[in-house]
Write a protein that binds this ligand. Structure first.
Ligand SMILES: *Cc1c(COP(=O)(O)O)cnc(C)c1O
Length: 458
């Protein structure tokens, strides 16, 4: 148990005060009573986090996938300071401000073609709620109210609020709340992990598109939209698939008149090797959800981009009551928009995507030796996301029982070595800030190798 006595360490004292009143996200709080100490962080700089005793941790997971350019980034700090002295917040109905206007201009300039309108919200789940409500409402306004259902992929994740949870498909988060959730259609995931012996990622994606096409054909009359995470299903354990699936999906959505929602909340802003994952398939969705990296990992902000066709379906005399009357108190917060605008300037001013290609090659090299480990079934990568799948039996790809919490053993060991890895079940992954260096990447490879050995030796 953590220690509140005056002689206890600074970390232990803060952890004890925390545990007296704070309830943490995605956490069984009892874990923290025994041998999993909560770590209070005093400061961050670049890829490093530092606790109250001066111990440093390399943030290999970008603090839950949000950070792009390091902690306490000087440019983002300056943008935030400048904005806070000017205007911290203003109601976004009836009023507007430069950070939001400039951010919308910048986003529509870099987004896939046809996405000309920005609806802001304040976190990823809220963006998914907006996309779900907007696509449903679109068909209603278009005189086709029967189109009100959603189609999602197995193992998809779209957030935690009830609408977002309903269109997601990760059992661990969803099952308990099933009685509260709307009913959605589920197609198999094109996840390349399921490929057959000798099958390529591309062939696997094409094969697994067939049931998606069938569902679209069968349910077109009642479908409002399909929602997907382009290229990587992150929360499912960094499951990856070939871009051809998105190309086929775009064509089928057009054919069957179903809207396509791309949730790039985790994969947007360079994570997959292109600015947006959809670019690799050469497609544009009807609605694009962005958050996480949008503010470089500084402040909660999200946006749903869409085009003129949807926008115009809501545009009419007030008394026709067809407007999109959705709002959040902090919609378009100027501080968040100012930092997001600066984040986009960093993509414009510096060769981020090209530099990431070099870093991604270093990540591949650092993890390559792990592929030979007797308990590693696969090392897979899409751009700046690299995942290592630990299994009990390599030949049959039999997973470890989740109750054994092998990933937790990896997490613990990595912490002792000053690295923050936070496996998803038995999947260890690197998803670092883009300011990571080749030396740091080599350290990640070493620590992951050690941690896997520790976690699988018994
Ligand atoms: C994180 C995430 C969300 C939810 O975003 P929050 O800001 O955590 O609500 C939605 N979709 C995807 C793909 C995500 O990774």
């Amino acid at each position: 148990m953590t220690d509140l006595r005056p002689g206890a360490s600074a970390n232990a004292q803060l952890a004890a005060r925390d545990l007296a009143h704070v309830w943490h996200p995605c956490t069984q709080m009892k874990d923290h009573e025994q041998n999993l100490p909560l770590i209070p962080i005093r400061r961050g700089e670049g890829v490093w986090l530092e606790d109250f005793e001066g111990k440093r941790y390399l943030d290999a997971i970008s603090s839950w996938w949000v950070n792009l350019f390091g902690h306490a980034n000087p440019r983002l700090n300056a943008a935030l300071h400048a904005q806070v002295d000017q205007l911290e917040h203003v109601i976004f109905a009836g009023f507007t401000h430069e950070p939001a206007i400039e951010l919308a201009e910048a986003l529509t300039a870099i987004a896939p073609p046809g996405l000309t309108r920005c609806f802001f919200a304040d976190n990823g789940s809220a963006a998914v709620e907006v996309a779900v409500k907007m696509s449903f409402h679109y068909w209603r306004n278009a005189g086709r109210p029967a189109k009100k259902r959603f189609l999602t992929l197995a193992n998809s994740y779209h957030g935690e609020t009830l609408g977002a949870l309903a269109v997601g498909n990760v059992e661990l988060y969803k099952d308990v709340y099933a009685p509260l959730l709307m009913d959605v259609l589920v197609a198999p995931s094109p996840d390349a992990w399921q490929r057959e012996a000798g099958e390529s990622w591309e062939d696997c994606a094409v094969r697994l598109f067939a049931p998606m096409r069938d569902l679209l054909a069968q349910h077109a009359h009642e479908l409002a939209a399909v929602i997907v995470e382009p290229l990587v299903q992150c929360a499912a354990g960094m499951r990856m698939y070939h871009p051809v699936y998105l190309k086929l999906l775009r064509a089928a959505c057009d054919e069957y008149e179903v809207l396509l929602i791309a949730d790039e909340i985790a994969v947007g802003f360079g994570r997959t090797g292109t600015l947006f994952a959809c670019e690799q398939a050469g497609i544009a969705p009807d609605l694009l959800c962005l958050s996480k990296g949008l503010t470089g990992g500084y402040l909660p902000l999200s946006v749903v981009l869409t085009g003129e066709r949807l926008y115009e379906a809501f545009y009419d005399e007030y008394t026709r009551l067809c407007a999109f009357l959705h709002s959040h108190s902090y919609t378009g917060n100027p501080l968040a928009c100012a930092v997001a605008r600066e984040t986009l300037r960093m993509f414009a001013d510096t060769p981020v995507i090209a530099n990431n290609r070099v870093l991604a090659a270093h990540m591949a090299a650092a993890a390559a030796p792990l592929a030979g480990h007797r308990h590693v079934a696969e090392v897979r990568q899409t751009g700046m996301i690299l995942a290592i799948e630990m299994v009990r039996d390599k030949a049959t790809r039999t997973p470890y029982d989740w109750r054994e919490r092998r990933g937790l053993a990896v997490y613990r060991h990595a912490l002792t070595r000053g690295v923050l890895l936070r496996p998803i079940g038995n999947v260890i992954y690197f998803m670092p800030p883009y300011v990571i260096t080749p030396e740091h990447i080599a350290l990640l490879g070493q620590v992951a190798a050690e941690a896997i050995e520790v976690a699988t030796c018994v």
